[in-house]
Design a protein around this ligand. Structure first.
Ligand code: AMP
Length: 114
């Protein structure tokens, strides 16, 4: 989608520190990390959020979960604990309207989120 930051990263038009990719998702470091490890797992296809009907795709969701697990292992946060979160819509704090999961770790997390 024209003008979408994450579509431009998927198309390699913008740089990113890519850690993992498969045919459905790409994982790269967040530019403004909120934890020692902060990676985004992003669908290659432009889907606005997890609330869109297109997100109800078993193969896509399997790739997202595979990438979350892979990144957690590679970044050495799997054993200590991982916060995986997706924002959907403005009130939830979604800034980039392109489906992505945050993978955060390397510090203690609080609950509830702000
Ligand atoms: P959200 O608020 O859930 O939509 O999250 C969007 C995330 O994308 C934020 O954590 C931003 O720091 C991150 N972000 C925005 N632009 C880039 C970029 N060019 N490369 C990596 N992460 C980005």
């Amino acid at each position: 989608m024209e003008g979408c930051i994450f579509c431009r990263i998927v198309a390699r038009e913008l740089p990113a520190d890519i850690l993992y990719e498969d045919e459905r998702v790409i994982a790269f470091r967040d530019i403004n990390p909120q934890a020692p490890v902060h990676v985004l797992v992003v669908s290659r296809k432009h889907i606005a959020s997890m609330l869109e009907p297109e997100a109800r795709d078993g193969a896509l969701l399997a790739s997202v979960l595979e990438a979350v697990a892979m990144v957690s292992e590679r970044e050495d946060i799997a054993s200590s604990g991982v916060r995986m979160v997706t924002n959907a819509g403005r009130a939830a704090g979604q800034e980039v309207p392109h489906l992505h999961f945050h993978v955060l770790g390397g510090r203690m997390m609080s609950w509830p989120p702000g």
